[in-house]
Design a binder for this molecule. Structure first.
Ligand code: SUD
Ligand code: ADP
Length: 287
């Protein structure tokens, strides 16, 4: 096998609490991650030399800083592998949208190249490597919906409801550090147990970044208000995407038919097993 075509799915933060701030400035979170059956696609082709090529380039992202290239290089270094890859990216996820597209691209690169280069490396080791690229990478590597703590790397697999979602990107770019650096951000939510969060259920779930993001980016507030007329809506991650949960696909279709022109919107189904793991035929992660 010299070529693989693999999904890099989006994630949603179905709940996100900020419970503290570490000495290094990173924030302690409690969050529920779930995947969507919508995302980017990576085509990976093995090279016999060590070059990593990527097409097309992403606007505003240098080749060497692209998370796909960084993930490939880390894996070469960690494994001592002398092979390379030509990588073609079909980008569907908005960048900086809170859907974890960059992190998911990195995870797909790690798992895909490990397969293509026939490396014997555990998911645990790949997740550790991935964490160096971003706090969200480990959940994409492990591939199961999860309750996450720490900065998002301490994962407990969970089974969540798998409704339809409508996801709206209000055309606003949000840099994660800008939200985490905001003085008004709530950083002292009381930690709750995973059991309690799951018992309370989706109607009680909130995102602690939402009030700050609303204040800093009025366009996100407009999208939240608009979507909330159809169903309860939340911000994912630090935004800019907002989403609502629906029982039937036709409800999603009727919302999509009314979306504002300046907004990008799509429907997707929640998935507790990552489409990446399904495509690779991996058994459910044992953690
Ligand atoms: C908030 C979350 C929730 O899923 O999602 P996004 O909205 O970015 O997708 C993530 O934890 C984001 O993870 P990720 O996007 O990988 O962030 P990183 O690259 O590790 O961090 C970017 C910057 O955000 C801040 N940061 C990030 C994570 C965290 N727990 N505390 C932080 O303070 C730091 O300033 C860091 O330098
Ligand atoms: N392959 C990649 N895909 C998306 N973004 C990338 C990639 N490589 C680097 N980045 C950078 O990471 C930032 C965060 O991207 P992304 O993961 O899509 O958003 P978020 O963290 O909000 O979910 C982008 O704005 C971009 O500068």
């Amino acid at each position: 096998m010299a070529e693989l075509s693999l999904p890099a799915p989006a994630k949603l933060n179905r709940l996100l609490h900020i419970t503290g701030r570490r000495a290094d400035g990173y924030h302690e979170l409690q969050t529920l991650f779930q995947f969507l059956d919508h995302g980017d696609t990576l085509k990976l082709r093995r090279r016999e030399d060590q070059r990593i090529t990527l097409t097309p380039a992403l606007p505003g992202v240098d080749h060497e800083t692209n998370l796909i290239v960084r993930a490939a290089r880390l894996l070469q270094e960690r494994s001592g592998c002398r092979l390379g890859a030509d990588i073609a990216l079909t980008k569907r996820l908005p960048m900086g949208g809170g859907l974890g597209g960059g992190s998911s691209n990195a995870a797909t690169t790690l798992l895909g190249l490990a397969r293509l280069w026939k490396l014997s490396v555990s998911l645990e080791a790949l997740a550790e490597l991935g964490l160096r690229l971003g706090a969200d990478v480990p959940v994409f590597v492990h591939g199961h919906a999860a309750w996450a703590e720490g900065i998002g790397e301490r994962l407990t697999p969970v089974e969540l409801d798998t409704p339809w979602f409508v996801i709206v990107h209000p055309g606003v770019e949000i840099a994660t550090p800008a939200v985490f650096g905001a003085s008004q951000l709530t950083r002292d939510s009381l930690p709750i147990s995973m059991t309690r969060a799951l018992q309370e259920g989706p109607h009680a779930w909130r995102n602690d970044c939402q009030p700050t993001v609303r204040r800093l980016y009025p366009g996100v507030g407009e999208a939240l208000d608009w979507l909330s007329d159809f169903a309860p809506s939340l911000l994912t991650g630090t935004g800019a995407c907002v989403f609502c949960r629906l029982t039937h696909e036709d409800q999603a279709d009727s919302i999509l038919a009314r979306v504002d022109e300046g907004w990008h919107a799509f429907k997707a189904r929640g998935r507790n097993t990552s489409p990446l793991h399904q495509a690779l035929g991996l058994p459910r992660s044992g953690r």
